[in-house]
Design a protein around this ligand. Sequence first.
Ligand SMILES: Cc1cc2nc3c(=O)[nH]c(=O)nc-3n(C[C@H](O)[C@H](O)[C@H](O)COP(=O)(O)OP(=O)(O)OC[C@H]3O[C@@H](n4cnc5c(N)ncnc54)[C@H](O)[C@@H]3O)c2cc1C
Length: 423
Amino acid sequence: MKKYDVIVIGGGPSGLMASIAAAEHGAKVLLLDKGNKLGRKLAISGGGRCNVTNRMEIQDLIAHIPGNGRFMHSPFSVFNNENIIQFFEGLGIQLKEEDRGRMFPVNDKATTVVETLLNQVRRLGVDIRTNTAVKTINYDHEAVSEVVLQNGERLPTATIIVATGGKSVPHTGSTGDGYPWAEKAGHTITELYPTEVPITSNEAFIREKTLQGLSLRDIELSVFDPKGKKIKTHEGDMIFTHFGISGPAALRCSQYVVKALKKFKTQTIKMEIDLFPSLSEEALFQQLLAKVKAEPKKALKNLLKGFATERFLVFAYDRLSIDSQSQASTVPHDVLRSISQLCKHFTLEVNGTLSIEKAFVTGGGISIKEIEPKTMHSKKKQGLYFCGEVLDIHGYTGGYNITVAFSTGYTAGKSAAQQVIHN
Ligand SMILES: Cc1cc2nc3c(=O)[nH]c(=O)nc-3n(C[C@H](O)[C@H](O)[C@H](O)COP(=O)(O)OP(=O)(O)OC[C@H]3O[C@@H](n4cnc5c(N)ncnc54)[C@H](O)[C@@H]3O)c2cc1C
């Protein structure tokens, strides 16, 4: 039987990059994946366009990785966002920058990204076995000894890189298989939870689907603790759904909802939407007043057309019991104030999120305290490496998770090969 220097388990972005780096640094590599294809999650990422990385300064990149971003200083010193861009451009895949530094392939095809990685893996002579599920890893006293497949086959090796991903979107192969293997080696798994996930609410207007499908652009969305203190605010777009809220701002807030519900042991948490983040409530009221003064004879409904999105205004008239047909000049000032108040502080009680399986990303995972950040080597067993979402590291949507996967994957692959060559 052919003996490999390095066995990589999992062919997502972290495992593919780990295989490439290990092979580039001289190791004989075997890549195992239980699926019939590699990079299945990568192929559906970024809405099928694959947001490969994000072009910003390292400090900003880390600020967008709320789950243990500081750990990434070391892996980024080995392989960072600029290296990812150079890697793809060096292989002839041009990337383009969109809003907030997000980088995509110019042809908007995630499959191009997957194919490029696969071609490189093949070119470097990595052996690939798909439809090959790993059952467990065996260790002797201090070090890894073999990979055991579901079919009972045993693959002895001195170096294993675990790149099995989290527990989200399991049909892509990420079913949390790596956690028990890490526990068996003595690692701690921090509590798993859904992040970058739509938020649920039992408010009557959500249940009745009053605002379902309504998108709000450039709003500010905040999460509050039970004492009314703001925990977190994110700006961006959001959408009302049949179960609650979603869209970039809601996804970014979701982990704070999960954590607050748990921490304060409450059934619901207050969130607030500010539809006009750049204006104060008073300035908004003054704008409304100026409109009324300019066209006092118009019906309020016609006067406020275009002031905010139509469906929201209809909702506001109903919630505030305002007769929108009234002539503007007859509308009392406190009613105008209540409209500006609602626009600035539209609150809703939320009661959770969709499941971890429906989340974009898994929060929690293998504790980073037990991993050497410069090499991704386990502090528990010799020859054991981890990379990607299986670790307790998670970023916001916007290319940060794939960046973490590529960076930790490359670092693990390079170090694993160097360890083999050194010994
Ligand atoms: C719909 C969607 C869109 C996303 N869009 C973006 C985006 O645009 N930008 C971004 O940064 N992030 C995005 N993410 C998150 C990002 O895709 C993940 O963080 C990333 O794929 C994690 O990479 P990974 O290599 O750690 O694991 P995964 O991509 O989950 O890959 C794990 C691999 O391990 C294999 N495996 C698991 N168990 C076994 C086993 N027992 N034996 C053998 N093989 C096994 C699986 O088959 C799988 O191929 C998105 C996620 C989703 C769900």
